[in-house]
Design a protein around this ligand. Structure first.
Ligand SMILES: [Zn+2]
Length: 405
Protein backbone atom coordinates (compact mmCIF):
# COMPACT_ATOMS: atom_id res chain seq x y z
CA UNK A 1 0.00 0.00 0.00
CA UNK A 2 2.68 2.40 0.99
CA UNK A 3 4.47 1.99 -2.27
CA UNK A 4 1.43 2.25 -4.43
CA UNK A 5 1.89 5.86 -5.62
CA UNK A 6 5.47 5.08 -6.50
CA UNK A 7 4.43 2.08 -8.54
CA UNK A 8 1.91 4.26 -10.33
CA UNK A 9 4.64 6.78 -11.13
CA UNK A 10 6.78 4.02 -12.51
CA UNK A 11 3.95 2.75 -14.57
CA UNK A 12 3.41 6.24 -15.94
CA UNK A 13 7.10 6.70 -16.74
CA UNK A 14 7.21 3.29 -18.34
CA UNK A 15 4.15 4.18 -20.40
CA UNK A 16 5.81 7.34 -21.74
CA UNK A 17 9.00 5.48 -22.51
CA UNK A 18 7.04 2.75 -24.25
CA UNK A 19 5.28 5.32 -26.39
CA UNK A 20 8.57 6.96 -27.30
CA UNK A 21 10.18 3.60 -28.07
CA UNK A 22 7.12 2.56 -30.07
CA UNK A 23 7.46 5.70 -32.16
CA UNK A 24 11.17 5.07 -32.71
CA UNK A 25 10.47 1.44 -33.50
CA UNK A 26 7.83 2.43 -36.05
CA UNK A 27 10.27 4.83 -37.70
CA UNK A 28 12.98 2.13 -37.74
CA UNK A 29 10.59 -0.44 -39.14
CA UNK A 30 9.44 1.88 -41.89
CA UNK A 31 13.06 2.76 -42.73
CA UNK A 32 14.10 -0.93 -42.82
CA UNK A 33 10.95 -1.73 -44.80
CA UNK A 34 11.95 0.73 -47.48
CA UNK A 35 15.55 -0.64 -47.45
CA UNK A 36 14.17 -4.17 -47.77
CA UNK A 37 11.98 -3.04 -50.67
CA UNK A 38 15.03 -1.50 -52.38
CA UNK A 39 16.95 -4.78 -51.93
CA UNK A 40 13.96 -6.74 -53.25
CA UNK A 41 13.71 -4.48 -56.30
CA UNK A 42 17.43 -4.66 -57.00
CA UNK A 43 17.44 -8.44 -56.57
CA UNK A 44 14.50 -8.76 -58.98
CA UNK A 45 16.30 -6.57 -61.52
CA UNK A 46 19.55 -8.57 -61.16
CA UNK A 47 17.66 -11.86 -61.49
CA UNK A 48 15.91 -10.56 -64.62
CA UNK A 49 19.30 -9.64 -66.13
CA UNK A 50 20.65 -13.14 -65.36
CA UNK A 51 17.53 -14.73 -66.85
CA UNK A 52 17.89 -12.64 -70.04
CA UNK A 53 21.56 -13.68 -70.31
CA UNK A 54 20.57 -17.34 -69.94
CA UNK A 55 17.88 -17.05 -72.62
CA UNK A 56 20.40 -15.40 -74.98
CA UNK A 57 22.95 -18.13 -74.25
CA UNK A 58 20.46 -20.92 -74.94
CA UNK A 59 19.38 -19.43 -78.28
CA UNK A 60 22.99 -18.73 -79.34
CA UNK A 61 22.72 -14.92 -79.19
CA UNK A 62 26.16 -13.62 -78.21
CA UNK A 63 25.09 -9.96 -78.41
CA UNK A 64 22.20 -10.59 -76.02
CA UNK A 65 24.54 -12.54 -73.72
CA UNK A 66 26.88 -9.54 -73.44
CA UNK A 67 24.17 -6.84 -73.29
CA UNK A 68 24.16 -6.59 -69.45
CA UNK A 69 27.94 -6.95 -69.03
CA UNK A 70 30.43 -4.14 -68.45
CA UNK A 71 32.98 -4.18 -71.32
CA UNK A 72 35.79 -4.89 -68.81
CA UNK A 73 34.26 -8.37 -68.31
CA UNK A 74 33.51 -9.20 -71.93
CA UNK A 75 36.66 -11.29 -72.47
CA UNK A 76 35.82 -13.63 -69.58
CA UNK A 77 32.15 -13.78 -70.56
CA UNK A 78 33.05 -14.46 -74.21
CA UNK A 79 35.11 -17.44 -73.06
CA UNK A 80 32.29 -18.74 -70.86
CA UNK A 81 29.89 -18.34 -73.76
CA UNK A 82 32.12 -20.33 -76.13
CA UNK A 83 32.67 -23.09 -73.55
CA UNK A 84 29.01 -23.42 -72.61
CA UNK A 85 27.87 -23.45 -76.24
CA UNK A 86 30.60 -25.99 -77.01
CA UNK A 87 29.37 -28.19 -74.16
CA UNK A 88 25.80 -28.04 -75.54
CA UNK A 89 24.36 -26.00 -72.68
CA UNK A 90 20.70 -26.91 -72.26
CA UNK A 91 19.82 -25.30 -68.96
CA UNK A 92 20.73 -22.13 -67.01
CA UNK A 93 19.18 -21.81 -63.55
CA UNK A 94 20.44 -18.72 -61.69
CA UNK A 95 19.81 -17.80 -58.09
CA UNK A 96 21.01 -14.85 -56.01
CA UNK A 97 21.90 -14.66 -52.33
CA UNK A 98 23.17 -12.05 -49.88
CA UNK A 99 22.20 -9.03 -52.01
CA UNK A 100 23.75 -5.95 -50.38
CA UNK A 101 23.29 -2.28 -51.04
CA UNK A 102 26.28 0.03 -51.36
CA UNK A 103 27.86 2.41 -53.87
CA UNK A 104 27.42 -0.59 -56.17
CA UNK A 105 25.16 -3.56 -55.45
CA UNK A 106 26.77 -6.82 -54.44
CA UNK A 107 25.29 -10.29 -54.71
CA UNK A 108 26.41 -13.87 -54.48
CA UNK A 109 25.28 -15.63 -57.63
CA UNK A 110 24.95 -19.34 -58.33
CA UNK A 111 24.01 -20.62 -61.76
CA UNK A 112 23.30 -24.31 -62.31
CA UNK A 113 24.24 -25.40 -65.83
CA UNK A 114 22.87 -28.46 -67.62
CA UNK A 115 24.80 -29.98 -70.51
CA UNK A 116 22.85 -31.61 -73.34
CA UNK A 117 20.22 -32.75 -70.83
CA UNK A 118 16.65 -32.73 -72.07
CA UNK A 119 15.38 -32.01 -68.55
CA UNK A 120 17.05 -29.50 -66.20
CA UNK A 121 14.88 -29.29 -63.07
CA UNK A 122 15.27 -26.83 -60.19
CA UNK A 123 15.09 -28.87 -56.99
CA UNK A 124 16.55 -28.45 -53.50
CA UNK A 125 19.53 -30.51 -54.77
CA UNK A 126 20.06 -28.44 -57.94
CA UNK A 127 23.08 -26.54 -56.57
CA UNK A 128 24.78 -29.56 -54.95
CA UNK A 129 27.38 -30.74 -55.85
CA UNK A 130 29.06 -27.68 -57.31
CA UNK A 131 30.67 -29.17 -60.43
CA UNK A 132 27.90 -27.93 -62.74
CA UNK A 133 27.38 -24.68 -60.83
CA UNK A 134 28.98 -21.32 -61.57
CA UNK A 135 29.49 -19.60 -58.19
CA UNK A 136 30.59 -15.98 -58.09
CA UNK A 137 30.65 -12.87 -55.99
CA UNK A 138 29.24 -10.18 -58.26
CA UNK A 139 28.87 -6.40 -58.40
CA UNK A 140 26.14 -4.56 -60.29
CA UNK A 141 25.02 -1.05 -61.11
CA UNK A 142 21.25 -0.98 -60.87
CA UNK A 143 19.37 1.91 -62.48
CA UNK A 144 15.60 1.66 -62.62
CA UNK A 145 14.83 -1.75 -64.07
CA UNK A 146 18.28 -2.22 -65.62
CA UNK A 147 21.21 -4.03 -63.99
CA UNK A 148 24.72 -4.13 -65.46
CA UNK A 149 27.32 -6.60 -64.19
CA UNK A 150 30.53 -4.76 -63.29
CA UNK A 151 32.34 -7.33 -61.12
CA UNK A 152 32.51 -11.12 -61.37
CA UNK A 153 34.79 -13.15 -59.08
CA UNK A 154 34.24 -16.87 -59.45
CA UNK A 155 34.93 -19.35 -56.65
CA UNK A 156 34.61 -23.16 -56.49
CA UNK A 157 36.20 -23.39 -59.93
CA UNK A 158 38.22 -26.55 -59.46
CA UNK A 159 37.23 -29.58 -61.50
CA UNK A 160 38.64 -32.08 -63.94
CA UNK A 161 37.13 -30.20 -66.92
CA UNK A 162 38.20 -26.56 -66.55
CA UNK A 163 35.28 -25.04 -68.53
CA UNK A 164 34.72 -22.30 -65.94
CA UNK A 165 38.14 -20.73 -66.36
CA UNK A 166 40.11 -22.01 -69.39
CA UNK A 167 39.58 -21.50 -73.12
CA UNK A 168 38.58 -24.84 -74.65
CA UNK A 169 38.44 -26.22 -78.19
CA UNK A 170 35.75 -28.62 -79.39
CA UNK A 171 34.93 -31.23 -82.00
CA UNK A 172 31.23 -32.08 -82.17
CA UNK A 173 29.77 -35.28 -83.55
CA UNK A 174 26.34 -36.87 -83.56
CA UNK A 175 26.67 -38.47 -80.10
CA UNK A 176 29.94 -37.12 -78.70
CA UNK A 177 31.55 -33.79 -77.98
CA UNK A 178 35.33 -33.96 -77.59
CA UNK A 179 36.83 -30.98 -75.74
CA UNK A 180 40.43 -30.03 -74.97
CA UNK A 181 42.34 -27.03 -73.67
CA UNK A 182 42.94 -24.65 -76.55
CA UNK A 183 46.48 -25.19 -77.77
CA UNK A 184 46.80 -28.71 -76.31
CA UNK A 185 50.15 -30.11 -77.49
CA UNK A 186 50.29 -33.16 -79.71
CA UNK A 187 46.64 -33.82 -80.61
CA UNK A 188 43.28 -32.22 -81.37
CA UNK A 189 39.65 -33.00 -80.49
CA UNK A 190 38.93 -33.65 -84.18
CA UNK A 191 41.50 -36.45 -84.19
CA UNK A 192 39.63 -38.27 -81.40
CA UNK A 193 36.10 -37.76 -82.65
CA UNK A 194 35.73 -40.69 -85.10
CA UNK A 195 36.75 -43.37 -82.56
CA UNK A 196 34.66 -41.66 -79.88
CA UNK A 197 31.60 -41.68 -82.15
CA UNK A 198 32.04 -45.39 -82.85
CA UNK A 199 32.45 -46.05 -79.12
CA UNK A 200 29.26 -44.09 -78.36
CA UNK A 201 27.25 -46.27 -80.77
CA UNK A 202 28.21 -49.28 -78.64
CA UNK A 203 27.75 -47.52 -75.28
CA UNK A 204 24.26 -46.40 -76.31
CA UNK A 205 23.16 -50.03 -76.47
CA UNK A 206 23.80 -50.32 -72.73
CA UNK A 207 22.34 -46.96 -71.60
CA UNK A 208 20.41 -47.42 -68.37
CA UNK A 209 18.78 -44.00 -68.27
CA UNK A 210 15.70 -42.96 -70.15
CA UNK A 211 16.28 -40.80 -72.07
CA UNK A 212 19.82 -41.83 -73.02
CA UNK A 213 22.70 -39.40 -72.33
CA UNK A 214 22.05 -36.31 -74.50
CA UNK A 215 25.69 -36.36 -75.63
CA UNK A 216 28.77 -38.09 -74.35
CA UNK A 217 31.53 -35.67 -73.32
CA UNK A 218 35.20 -36.56 -73.66
CA UNK A 219 37.79 -34.17 -72.26
CA UNK A 220 41.39 -34.49 -73.43
CA UNK A 221 43.55 -33.50 -70.48
CA UNK A 222 47.01 -32.16 -71.21
CA UNK A 223 49.85 -32.90 -68.84
CA UNK A 224 49.01 -29.96 -66.58
CA UNK A 225 45.30 -30.77 -66.32
CA UNK A 226 45.96 -34.50 -65.79
CA UNK A 227 48.56 -33.94 -63.07
CA UNK A 228 46.30 -31.48 -61.32
CA UNK A 229 43.35 -33.87 -61.21
CA UNK A 230 44.93 -37.31 -60.99
CA UNK A 231 48.50 -36.68 -59.92
CA UNK A 232 51.37 -38.47 -61.54
CA UNK A 233 49.75 -41.94 -61.54
CA UNK A 234 50.29 -43.03 -65.14
CA UNK A 235 48.69 -46.46 -64.68
CA UNK A 236 45.28 -45.02 -65.38
CA UNK A 237 44.75 -43.52 -68.83
CA UNK A 238 41.21 -42.23 -68.32
CA UNK A 239 38.38 -41.97 -65.81
CA UNK A 240 34.81 -40.77 -65.62
CA UNK A 241 34.02 -37.72 -63.51
CA UNK A 242 30.36 -37.56 -62.48
CA UNK A 243 29.95 -33.87 -61.74
CA UNK A 244 26.26 -34.23 -60.84
CA UNK A 245 23.52 -36.81 -61.28
CA UNK A 246 22.83 -35.25 -64.69
CA UNK A 247 26.40 -34.91 -66.03
CA UNK A 248 29.46 -37.07 -66.52
CA UNK A 249 32.69 -36.43 -68.39
CA UNK A 250 35.16 -39.01 -69.65
CA UNK A 251 38.55 -37.47 -68.87
CA UNK A 252 41.39 -38.90 -70.95
CA UNK A 253 45.14 -38.54 -70.40
CA UNK A 254 46.13 -37.01 -73.74
CA UNK A 255 49.50 -35.82 -72.51
CA UNK A 256 51.31 -38.27 -74.74
CA UNK A 257 52.06 -40.58 -71.79
CA UNK A 258 48.54 -41.95 -71.56
CA UNK A 259 45.99 -42.80 -74.24
CA UNK A 260 46.04 -42.15 -77.95
CA UNK A 261 43.21 -41.32 -80.30
CA UNK A 262 42.99 -44.76 -81.87
CA UNK A 263 42.24 -46.39 -78.53
CA UNK A 264 38.62 -47.31 -79.13
CA UNK A 265 38.62 -49.92 -76.33
CA UNK A 266 39.43 -47.23 -73.82
CA UNK A 267 36.73 -44.93 -75.18
CA UNK A 268 34.15 -47.73 -75.16
CA UNK A 269 35.05 -48.51 -71.54
CA UNK A 270 34.67 -44.89 -70.38
CA UNK A 271 31.53 -44.12 -72.40
CA UNK A 272 30.19 -47.46 -71.14
CA UNK A 273 30.61 -46.13 -67.58
CA UNK A 274 28.65 -43.01 -68.51
CA UNK A 275 25.88 -45.04 -70.18
CA UNK A 276 25.48 -47.32 -67.15
CA UNK A 277 26.19 -44.94 -64.24
CA UNK A 278 24.60 -41.62 -65.28
CA UNK A 279 22.06 -40.57 -62.66
CA UNK A 280 24.20 -41.87 -59.78
CA UNK A 281 26.98 -40.18 -57.82
CA UNK A 282 28.75 -43.04 -56.11
CA UNK A 283 28.81 -46.82 -56.10
CA UNK A 284 30.33 -49.88 -54.45
CA UNK A 285 30.70 -53.15 -56.33
CA UNK A 286 33.64 -52.17 -58.53
CA UNK A 287 33.76 -55.72 -59.86
CA UNK A 288 30.38 -55.12 -61.56
CA UNK A 289 31.09 -51.49 -62.56
CA UNK A 290 34.49 -52.19 -64.13
CA UNK A 291 33.41 -55.62 -65.38
CA UNK A 292 30.49 -54.15 -67.31
CA UNK A 293 32.66 -51.35 -68.76
CA UNK A 294 35.14 -53.99 -69.95
CA UNK A 295 32.28 -56.10 -71.31
CA UNK A 296 31.13 -53.06 -73.32
CA UNK A 297 34.71 -52.45 -74.49
CA UNK A 298 34.79 -56.04 -75.79
CA UNK A 299 31.17 -56.19 -77.01
CA UNK A 300 30.77 -58.44 -80.07
CA UNK A 301 34.19 -60.02 -79.49
CA UNK A 302 34.83 -63.38 -77.81
CA UNK A 303 36.25 -63.67 -74.28
CA UNK A 304 39.31 -65.31 -75.84
CA UNK A 305 40.25 -61.96 -77.47
CA UNK A 306 40.42 -60.20 -74.11
CA UNK A 307 43.84 -58.64 -73.63
CA UNK A 308 43.96 -58.97 -69.83
CA UNK A 309 43.50 -62.77 -69.76
CA UNK A 310 47.10 -63.21 -68.56
CA UNK A 311 46.28 -60.91 -65.62
CA UNK A 312 43.24 -63.06 -64.81
CA UNK A 313 45.40 -66.20 -64.87
CA UNK A 314 47.89 -64.51 -62.57
CA UNK A 315 45.08 -63.52 -60.18
CA UNK A 316 43.65 -67.05 -60.12
CA UNK A 317 47.07 -68.53 -59.42
CA UNK A 318 48.05 -66.00 -56.78
CA UNK A 319 44.81 -66.10 -54.81
CA UNK A 320 43.63 -69.66 -55.36
CA UNK A 321 40.37 -68.22 -56.70
CA UNK A 322 37.41 -70.33 -55.59
CA UNK A 323 34.75 -69.10 -58.02
CA UNK A 324 33.53 -66.02 -56.15
CA UNK A 325 32.31 -63.47 -58.75
CA UNK A 326 31.74 -60.37 -56.56
CA UNK A 327 35.37 -60.01 -55.49
CA UNK A 328 36.40 -57.29 -53.06
CA UNK A 329 38.18 -54.68 -55.18
CA UNK A 330 41.78 -53.63 -54.67
CA UNK A 331 43.42 -50.48 -55.97
CA UNK A 332 46.91 -51.85 -55.42
CA UNK A 333 48.72 -51.23 -58.74
CA UNK A 334 50.05 -54.81 -58.65
CA UNK A 335 46.54 -56.33 -58.41
CA UNK A 336 44.66 -53.79 -60.47
CA UNK A 337 44.65 -55.47 -63.87
CA UNK A 338 43.81 -58.83 -62.34
CA UNK A 339 40.69 -57.36 -60.74
CA UNK A 340 39.63 -55.71 -64.01
CA UNK A 341 40.08 -59.04 -65.76
CA UNK A 342 38.14 -61.03 -63.13
CA UNK A 343 35.36 -58.42 -63.21
CA UNK A 344 35.18 -58.73 -66.99
CA UNK A 345 35.01 -62.53 -66.85
CA UNK A 346 32.26 -62.47 -64.21
CA UNK A 347 30.12 -60.02 -66.18
CA UNK A 348 30.81 -61.76 -69.48
CA UNK A 349 29.74 -65.08 -67.98
CA UNK A 350 26.49 -63.60 -66.64
CA UNK A 351 25.76 -62.06 -70.08
CA UNK A 352 26.65 -65.30 -71.82
CA UNK A 353 24.53 -67.49 -69.54
CA UNK A 354 21.47 -65.34 -68.81
CA UNK A 355 21.48 -62.76 -71.65
CA UNK A 356 22.38 -59.08 -71.71
CA UNK A 357 18.89 -57.84 -70.82
CA UNK A 358 18.97 -59.81 -67.57
CA UNK A 359 22.56 -58.79 -66.93
CA UNK A 360 21.55 -55.09 -67.14
CA UNK A 361 18.63 -55.68 -64.80
CA UNK A 362 21.03 -57.36 -62.35
CA UNK A 363 23.52 -54.47 -62.70
CA UNK A 364 20.77 -51.90 -62.09
CA UNK A 365 19.75 -53.61 -58.88
CA UNK A 366 23.26 -54.19 -57.54
CA UNK A 367 25.03 -50.99 -58.57
CA UNK A 368 22.29 -48.40 -58.93
CA UNK A 369 20.01 -49.63 -56.13
CA UNK A 370 22.64 -51.14 -53.77
CA UNK A 371 21.06 -54.60 -53.55
CA UNK A 372 23.41 -57.48 -52.75
CA UNK A 373 24.02 -60.02 -55.55
CA UNK A 374 22.09 -62.56 -53.43
CA UNK A 375 19.08 -60.22 -53.29
CA UNK A 376 19.27 -59.27 -56.97
CA UNK A 377 19.99 -62.60 -58.66
CA UNK A 378 16.67 -64.45 -58.08
CA UNK A 379 14.65 -61.51 -59.52
CA UNK A 380 17.03 -60.38 -62.26
CA UNK A 381 18.61 -63.67 -63.35
CA UNK A 382 15.87 -66.01 -62.20
CA UNK A 383 18.57 -67.99 -60.38
CA UNK A 384 19.99 -67.97 -56.82
CA UNK A 385 23.39 -66.26 -56.63
CA UNK A 386 25.18 -69.44 -55.45
CA UNK A 387 23.93 -71.18 -58.59
CA UNK A 388 25.17 -68.29 -60.76
CA UNK A 389 28.62 -68.64 -59.19
CA UNK A 390 28.74 -72.41 -59.48
CA UNK A 391 27.72 -72.13 -63.15
CA UNK A 392 30.31 -69.45 -63.95
CA UNK A 393 33.22 -70.96 -62.04
CA UNK A 394 33.88 -73.77 -64.57
CA UNK A 395 33.00 -71.55 -67.55
CA UNK A 396 35.57 -68.95 -66.55
CA UNK A 397 38.18 -71.65 -65.83
CA UNK A 398 37.55 -73.05 -69.32
CA UNK A 399 38.01 -69.60 -70.90
CA UNK A 400 41.29 -69.21 -69.04
CA UNK A 401 42.47 -72.68 -70.03
CA UNK A 402 41.44 -72.39 -73.69
CA UNK A 403 44.01 -69.84 -74.70
CA UNK A 404 47.12 -70.32 -72.61
CA UNK A 405 49.80 -67.64 -72.71
ZN1 LIG B 1 36.61 -48.00 -65.48
Amino acid sequence: MINRPRIDRWVAVFGVLALLCGGLLAATISRSRSAAARVDNAETTIRAALDRQGAALLRGDRTGWLSSIDPSLSKEWDRLYANLRGLQVSGWLPRTRHVEEGAVWQAEVQIRICFAAPICPRTPETYVPTGDVISARTRWTVTGDRAVLTGFAQFDTTGSVPWKTEALAFATGKRVVVAAPKGLAGTTPAEWLPAAERAAQVADRYALTDPKPGRYFVFLAGEGEWNQTVGTDRDAAAFVDRTSEASAFAVVDASGFGADFGDENLLRHELGHIATLLGTLDHHDDWAVEGLAEHIAYADRPASSYELLPDARWHVEQTGWDGRLDLEWSDEPRDRYGFYAMGFLAVRCIADTYGERRLLNFFTRVVRRSETPSQAAPEALNTPWEAVESTCHPKIKAWLAASPP
